[in-house]
Design a protein around this ligand. Structure first.
Ligand SMILES: NC(=O)c1ccc[n+]([C@@H]2O[C@H](COP(=O)([O-])OP(=O)(O)OC[C@H]3O[C@@H](n4cnc5c(N)ncnc54)[C@H](OP(=O)(O)O)[C@@H]3O)[C@@H](O)[C@H]2O)c1
Length: 291
């Protein structure tokens, strides 16, 4: 099973590298081993951002880590690196800067940290209410025209913003939150819009985020039952659920341990039947009567 991202056909599971740069992270050596394990298992998409760091003082930590890991990677040419610009850090707080001049400077810094001449997929991290969305997306188009960026993506966007971005540039991907605990893109039309235009949909926080993922082992009974029946981890079952949501979905589960990356990379082997799919959908999503 492969999935399309722009003009590439890739392994259906990517890896999100955020947990390699959070406050409670372990050593960078383990993170490099995690990236190598993922790539050796066939993963072809690594997701990062310039702002993935503990705080402002180490901005770019995650991108530098990927640059370092890919230097010594046997299958480098198979890997797409997806990074993002548009978030900044003040201390450990997250702020926004969607001004074209910021995005262009941020892209130059990402190119240096990733040790590449062209970024495979450059994503506008989050719309900045202080800057017209079209101006931010216009900056990404200019970066693409200048050869600094191959594919353009957008993140944390509405259907109207997807439509607006498409009028400016060829949008290769949309990265929005989607998991059984946060299924709004299924209801708000974001996933459907991506399907209509053949845009890859990269669900972030597929397990509901790092903290929720840590307790998924004590999963709710229905998820445990499905996982036991297939003989797979609950993580793989959730990823299989996301893959079954649509042909355009390419989940990017976070990982900081090789074991997590290896397990997640096997998710395409799980084929859920309709009953299991519905049981997982109803697991975390509040029913209309309880909403
Ligand atoms: N665009 C945005 O605004 C945005 C926002 C948030 C995240 N993201 C992206 O989305 C990615 C995923 O989201 P996330 O990292 O926040 O949360 P997540 O994927 O829901 O959870 C990540 C955690 O799940 C654990 N995990 C993953 N696969 C596992 C497995 N097979 N078995 C056991 N544990 C497993 C990892 O543990 P270990 O660390 O122990 O390996 C990791 O810490 C991020 O890494 C980032 O690239 C984007």
């Amino acid at each position: 099973m492969k999935r399309n991202l722009g003009d590439r056909s890739i392994h259906p599971i990517g890896i999100g590298c955020l947990p390699m740069s959070t406050r409670d992270r372990r050593d960078d050596g383990r993170s490099v081993r995690t990236i190598h394990a993922a790539v050796d298992a066939g993963v072809q998409l690594l997701d990062t951002a310039d702002a993935y760091a503990r705080d402002e003082s180490e901005l770019g930590h995650n991108e530098r880590l990927i640059g370092r890991a890919l230097r010594s990677c046997s299958r480098r040419e198979d890997v797409l690196v997806a990074t993002k610009g548009g978030h900044t850090r003040r201390g450990s707080a997250w702020e926004l800067d969607g001004r074209p001049e910021h995005l262009k400077a941020a892209c130059e810094a990402s190119l240096r940290r990733l040790e590449v001449e062209c970024i495979d997929l450059y994503q506008f991290h989050r719309p900045d209410p202080a800057v017209p969305f079209e101006e931010s997306v216009g900056a990404l188009r200019e970066l693409q025209q200048a050869g600094k960026v191959r594919l353009v993506g957008i993140s944390n966007v509405t259907v109207a913003q997807i439509e607006a971005a498409r009028r400016i540039v060829d949008v290769a991907s949309v990265q929005n939150e989607l998991s059984p605990c946060f299924a709004q893109p299924l209801r708000n039309g974001e996933l459907e819009t991506c399907e209509r235009y053949g845009i890859a949909f990269l669900p972030w926080s597929p397990f509901g985020g790092i903290e929720r993922a840590a307790v998924l082992g004590d999963a709710a009974a229905p998820l445990r039952a499905v996982a036991q029946r297939y003989g797979f981890s609950p993580y793989r079952v959730i990823l299989a659920w996301l893959l079954a949501c649509s042909e355009v979905v390419i989940p990017i589960p976070g990982a900081s341990r090789p074991e997590s990356a290896l397990d997640s990379a096997q998710a395409p082997r799980v084929r859920l039947d309709r009953g299991d799919f519905d049981a997982i959908a109803g697991l975390f999503t509040p029913s209309p009567s309880s909403a």
